[in-house]
Design a protein around this ligand. Sequence first.
Ligand code: 5GP
Ligand code: ZN
Length: 135
Amino acid sequence: MEDCLFCKIIKGEIPCHKIYEDKKTIVFLDINPWSRGHCLILPKKHFRDILEIDAETLTHIILVVQKISVLVKEKLGVAGINILQNNNRIAGQGVDHIHFHVIPRYIDGSLKISHSTEYKGDDLEEVTKLLTESK
Ligand code: 5GP
Ligand code: ZN
């Protein structure tokens, strides 16, 4: 897609620190990393988000996410890993070309990802009903 930053990186028009590439996928370091070895995994074909990507590409991508997780664990001495994938601005998506973050966590690392919400989950029954009843 013409105006997509990540499509430009895939085409080589914008440089990146490439970690891995195959026919369908590219992996490079995040330019503004949350931790050492923070990688972005994305399909070479442009899809906006998890709602748009096709099942075959998604299946391939998630296997690459696992491969990169193994790589950072083995090569960087990573103690834990967060996988993050944002959809839409409201959820923090800044680049509209689907990507998975692999975010290494280190013993004594300073990164904090905290769970903070006012929602207390006091309508779990209703939500379960909404999500399980057929239309
Ligand atoms: P999102 O917020 O959409 O889930 O993640 C987009 C990520 O892309 C951000 O973490 C941001 O730092 C990264 N990013 C934005 N522009 C560039 C760039 O030009 N090069 C690279 N390598 N990463 C970028
Ligand atoms: Zn794109």
